[in-house]
Write a protein that binds this ligand. Structure first.
Ligand code: KG4
Ligand code: ZN
Length: 353
């Protein structure tokens, strides 16, 4: 029997159990990560971040990211096994991010996962990174069930989806240009803050006031799309203008005013969409979900309208493999097929494939 046939047969048997042991690998950007779950319980979650390596370049350098994934992946997997008090023999399914992300970086995780799955003769599941971000919510909140509205706000994506059930997801709004996290990173760079910019803007903003006027794209329009390019350019122009004229300005006020507008747009669109469709739950996914202003504003607005707002724990908002393990479990439950040994990385996959 071929590897794929035997994998699908095994998965069919496994999915009847609620305690499958899954090892997941994530390497789509600058975090090499491995996590192990048994059923809905997270047993270990190891993240080797390359932030310090890329910081001197002001952003992720794809070639350097791939090389460092290659150096880190084996130790990260070993550490996850030790922390879960397991050996490879205990692993029943491997999950791996196959896209979206940096192709060279993805390929390291995909190749490693394929060789593990093939040599152990166990099923391999290909995971969409963005769906992984959503699945991070199920780790701390296993009782979460659709329907809900999901806000995805990461470095590469910004979108609002209606999740009627896990196989019926509709994107009802998305960015027409930059992603929200991308705008945070670019504005941070212009303010001379280190990469990654989101968390640095958040820190600086706490010392400033929202006293600089910021543009509001799509003002008064009823759709749920986003635009971050005009906001980013307005901030960069403000900074350049002040610097050219030799005028003093407060970087903290710039950070606070930008953050307020960037987060305000996320909250406004998400709440409007949730009210329009009559949903009662909002789920937040992606790195920007770690932003405290987003969390507090969304909760505050949610409360006003009797909407429950759910976020992943802070450490599961940015890239990690626990979310990939969680999505692997969900895929198995919903009848997904195994990946074959020719699984490839894919830089661009749709938000929900
Ligand atoms: O989801 P993620 O880890 O990677 C992608 O899949 O893109 O998101 C990373 C993005 C970066 O742009 C980063 O600046 C942003 O999330 N981010 C934040 C915060 N923490 C991370 N943005 C705003 N506030 C934060 N606290
Ligand atoms: Zn991500």
């Amino acid at each position: 029997m071929s590897y794929l046939d035997s994998s699908n047969e095994k998965l069919n048997r496994l999915k009847k159990r609620g305690d499958i042991v899954i090892l997941a690998i994530e390497s789509s950007c600058d975090e090499t990560a491995c996590a192990i779950m048994r059923g809905k319980q997270l047993l270990s979650n190891v993240v080797a971040t390359q932030i310090e390596i890329h910081r001197r370049f002001g952003g992720v350098v794809p070639e350097i990211a791939s090389r460092n994934h290659t150096l880190a992946v084996e130790n990260v997997v070993k550490e996850a096994l030790v922390k879960a008090n397991m050996t490879l023999k205990d692993i029943e399914v491997i999950g791996v991010t196959y896209g979206a992300g940096l192709l060279g970086a993805l390929l390291v995780g995909v190749s490693y996962a394929k060789s593990l799955a093939y040599s152990l003769d166990i099923p391999l599941i290909a995971v969409n990174h963005i769906k992984g971000h959503v699945a991070a919510n199920y780790i701390a909140c296993p009782e979460l069930v659709p329907p809900y509205v999901c806000l995805i706000a990461s470095g590469g994506h910004t979108a609002i989806c209606k999740v009627q059930d896990l196989n019926e997801i509709e994107i009802i709004g998305s960015t027409v240009d930059d992603a929200c996290g991308e705008a945070f990173d670019k504005v941070a760079r212009c303010l001379g803050l280190p990469y990654p910019g989101g968390v640095e803007i958040e820190k600086l903003a706490s010392e400033g006031n929202c006293n600089i006027e910021m543009p509001l794209p799509f003002k008064g329009e009823e759709h749920f799309n986003f635009s971050y390019s005009g906001l980013k350019t307005a901030v960069i122009n403000y900074i350049h203008n002040k610097e050219q004229k030799g005028e003093e300005y407060s970087k903290a006020d710039v950070a606070a005013s930008f953050q307020n507008r960037a987060i305000g747009m996320l909250v406004d669109n998400t709440i409007r969409a949730t009210l329009k469709y009559g949903y009662k739950t909002i789920v937040i996914a992606g790195g920007v979900g770690a932003n405290k202003l987003l969390r507090s504003k969304m909760s505050e607005e949610g409360k006003k309208h009797n909407i429950n707002v759910i976020y992943p724990p802070l450490n599961l908002c940015t890239d990690n493999a626990a979310m990939i393990a969680s999505e692997t479990r969900i895929l198995i439950e919903s009848g997904a097929q195994c990946a074959n040994i020719d699984l490839d990385g894919s830089a661009n996959v749709r938000i929900f494939d």
